[in-house]
Design a protein around this ligand. Sequence first.
Ligand SMILES: [Zn+2]
Length: 331
Amino acid sequence: MLEPVRKPAPWHQPGWQRLTAQQDFAHAYLFTGQPGCGKRRFASAFAAFLMCDTPDAGVACDACRSCQLRLAGSHPDLLMLEPEEEGKAIRVDAVRQLVDFISQTSQQGGRKVVVLQPAEAMNVNAANALLKSLEEPSAETYLLLVSDQPSRLLPTIRSRCRVQPLNLPGADEAAAWLTEQLPDRSTDDCALLLQMAGGAPLRALSLAQVDALAQREKVVEGIKALLKGQAAPSKLAEQWNPVPIELLLDWFCAWTLDLLKLQQQASDAAVSADMDKVLGYMAKKLDVAKLLAWQDWLLEHRRLFASKANLNRVLFLEKALVQWKNLLERR
Ligand SMILES: [Zn+2]
């Protein structure tokens, strides 16, 4: 189902105003930008705007019949295509459903809108099926693609869409927005969430919703215990079972990068507060060749996990922790 939003994130307001002020809309748009920058929200709000019978100042009214059908999730002229499961492919059957939808006449007599996300999840057959629809657009039908990896799309698909790049807000704006969304969280918590999210506010918000801060605290404590010889890698690997592997990989990759920066005494080595002592201590002691070898190994495993390779996470974590601790051993 589409997010029930009428407006884009505040930092996308200027682009939004330019877009909605146009007289003629393209048949297909491609919204691109980093994960968590607000692309989905932008596409949802734009779909709402396109379908609204009486938009007000470039925003869906949320009151007309079309808006009410959309808000109830039962608008027959709005189609949402997503993978059946997160991380899975959008298959050709789903795109055939889209092709049928486009060829039918509008049931409510207004525009028809398709939102497809993430577009890079289409497999080759699905992408080719979609291409046909892009080549022969039908009147008053709009296709909204959302992608954080547009380079993975067929160039022929990209070239038939109007590309709307959506940026991240500046650090201050992101922090102010997140603090407003999470009134019960401290400024430090919000700063850490944003850092974990690579500066992407909506990603930071979803991390807060899955209680990533508590998990992070547990992991940081575990690492301190590991380095002091108070916890065994195998025990921590088991203990961390509830923590999503993507988060653990993100954190270790970020810490590794921080270690490299600290070693080179880079001026932008802004290490997060919960790990500054640990990383500062490690950076003084470790050997750069070992650190680079560890980074290679870690990035390779991150790729494997991202490609859904069938890895045993407990074994992987145990190996990772043994190596992390070994970074401090003299050769
Ligand atoms: Zn409306």
